[in-house]
Design a protein around this ligand. Structure first.
Ligand code: FAD
Ligand code: NAD
Length: 492
């Protein structure tokens, strides 16, 4: 079979791969996008961000309905039709992946369903369900193959009771009890879904706190609520053995805080991290090198050690987040097009879509401490927010991490309802090198949770309308809002 020729071949149709393919087509390149699924979407759309957020939306509706009793509105206990829930979630996935397939056609991107491997740096073999397709010769290639769940080799069981994120998202049923191994993003998001659906969820985390690495003041607000919705949260604990019995999986725990060393669970979800998909791609037939952590090594343009091959997304390094993958994809394409670009963000936002949500961007307090950097933190507690009070959700905080000498905003952290939407303003502030006065002097709509960002900046100057802290008043606090009045004030 004669080889087919394409200018740019992209392996993997996740948020990295399809964002790259679409921009490349918009820039006039001839593009072939290869993925094993019938349409682009990747882990994010098929078995990650999108289905989990659809289910978390349902969880939020259930929790809000339960809380409504406090406001004088009592709903009957909900009945949950798991089949219908699954159908709805799948419809969301189908709608979005189908839409991406359509966008491929409209842009003239050739989409090939199959598994690609490198024969050499510019030749790809593509295996389809019908056998090997004609080989593909490309001028440039982008590897966007994503990641897969980490397994715990000593805890493998060939049992439908043992779940990973993919099988947990499939919601085969609503188990009576569920053990989640790993108190990170997936463990807490999926644990929250099952808890809202009525499962007794226990979480086991090997470190001393949930979401290791995330600022404790943010996590503490989440932990407080999870303690009410989850059956147990076991910290400093590991699972050392699992055995299937007729009625469940018997789990043996080890750790300083263990109270019941053996417990039986209907199902166990393992969510202890993800590994890059850098194996089985024929990279050994190219000069692409891997990092000690198994990621594909890339430079600021996302170029690998093979000059015509680029790598983006989860396979190219942490953080493993969809928006980071898409941004890298667009940087790589612009680099291939000859533009002067680099992937050097100041703020990649992270959001844990629990209730309350946790979101942060830029410098964190934890990181500043580790790096020995002098910072000042301005916190606005949501107990002082009118909007949070109307929502009966005062369990939140918005904080700014600032350079005390310049008042530049270096990072933002938010815990609270809707934190994932609010953090975007923080990203803009950090990326644009905003000063505390920029946030404080920008009029925010009332009553909204976005005001908490403005008031956190006012807290920095000791002049927050709703927080009284005279000892924190700073001499560089903005005196007037209009620059044109400055002269008048000085002369007056
Ligand atoms: P992926 O989305 O992993 O896509 C890679 C694609 O490449 C896959 O379709 C795969 O089949 C294909 N592929 C692999 N090898 C080959 C090959 N040889 N040939 C052809 N195709 C191949 N991130 C967020 O930012 N927000 C969230 O809310 C969020 N929620 C998540 C929830 C869950 C349960 C999980 C598991 C992840 C979540 N993530 C979230 C992480 C996010 O899904 C990933 O960071 C993102 O999908 C990475 O994008 P990517 O383009 O690198 O690769
Ligand atoms: P994670 O790294 O977020 O969390 C894994 C957790 O498991 C950690 O807290 C770790 O200490 C713990 N752990 C590891 N080994 C353990 C063991 N043997 N026993 C008990 N605990 C153990 O990983 P994840 O939750 O699997 O998610 C993978 C990645 O997917 C995330 O890091 C993130 O990049 C991405 N993701 C993002 C979102 C989002 O953006 N909202 C949602 C889901 C996943």
């Amino acid at each position: 079979m004669p080889p087919q020729v394409t200018q740019l071949a992209i392996i993997g149709g996740g948020p990295g791969g399809y964002a790259a393919a679409f921009l490349a087509a918009d820039l006039g390149m001839q593009v072939t996008l290869i993925d094993q699924e019938p349409n682009p979407g990747g882990v994010c759309l098929y078995r990650g961000c999108i289905p989990s957020k659809a289910l978390l939306h349902v969880a939020k509706v259930l929790e809000d309905a339960r809380q409504a009793t406090n406001w004088g509105v009592t709903f009957a206990e909900p009945t949950i039709d798991v089949g219908k829930l699954r159908t709805w979630k799948e419809a969301v996935v189908r709608k979005l992946t189908g839409g991406l397939g359509d966008l491929c056609k409209r842009r003239g991107v050739t989409f090939k369903q199959g598994r690609a491997t490198f024969v050499d740096a510019t030749t790809l073999s593509v295996q389809t369900t019908q056998g090997e397709a004609p080989r593909l010769t490309c001028t440039h290639a982008i590897v966007a193959t994503g990641s897969h769940p980490t397994t715990l080799p000593h805890l493998t069981l060939d049992s439908p009771r043992l779940l990973d994120s993919t099988s947990a998202l499939a919601i085969p049923d609503i188990p009576r009890t569920l053990l989640v191994i790993g108190g990170g993003y997936i463990g807490l998001e999926m644990g929250s879904v099952y808890a809202a659906l009525g499962t007794e969820v226990s979480v086991v985390e090997m470190t001393s706190g949930l979401l290791p690495g995330v600022d404790r003041d943010l996590v503490n607000l989440l932990s407080a609520r999870l303690k009410q919705s989850m059956a147990a949260i076991m910290l400093n604990t590991t699972v050392v053995a699992m055995h299937e019995e007729p009625n469940g999986i018997r789990v043996t725990f080890e750790g300083s805080e263990v109270q019941k060393p053996q417990q039986l669970f209907d199902k166990v979800l393992i969510a202890v991290g993800r590994r890059p998909n850098a194996q089985g791609l024929g990279l050994e037939n190219t000069s692409v090198e891997l990092t000690p952590g198994g990621f594909i090594m890339v430079d600021a343009q996302r170029r690998t050690t093979a000059p015509t091959i680029y790598a983006i997304g989860d396979v190219a390094g942490e953080p493993m987040l969809a928006h980071k993958a898409s941004h890298e994809g667009r940087v790589a394409v612009r680099a291939i097009a000859g533009h002067k670009v680099a992937f050097e963000p100041h703020a990649i936002p992270a959001v844990v879509f629990t209730d309350p949500e946790i979101a942060w961007c830029g410098l964190t307090e934890t990181q500043a401490k580790q790096e020995g950097r002098t910072i000042e933190v301005a916190r606005f507690p949501w107990g002082a927010s009118g909007r949070a009070t109307t929502l009966d959700r005062n369990d939140g905080v918005t904080k700014l991490i600032l350079d005390p000498s310049t008042s530049r905003i270096l990072g933002v952290g938010i815990a609270g309802s809707g934190a994932g939407e609010l953090i975007a303003e923080g990203v803009l502030a950090v990326e644009m090198a905003a000063l505390a006065s920029d946030l404080a002097l920008s009029i925010h709509p009332h009553p909204t949770l976005s005001e908490t960002l403005m008031e956190a900046a006012e807290v920095f100057f000791g002049q927050s309308t709703h927080v009284y802290r005279p000892q924190r008043r700073r001499s560089d606090a903005p005196r007037v809002g209009l620059a044109s009045l400055d002269g008048l004030e000085e002369s007056g």
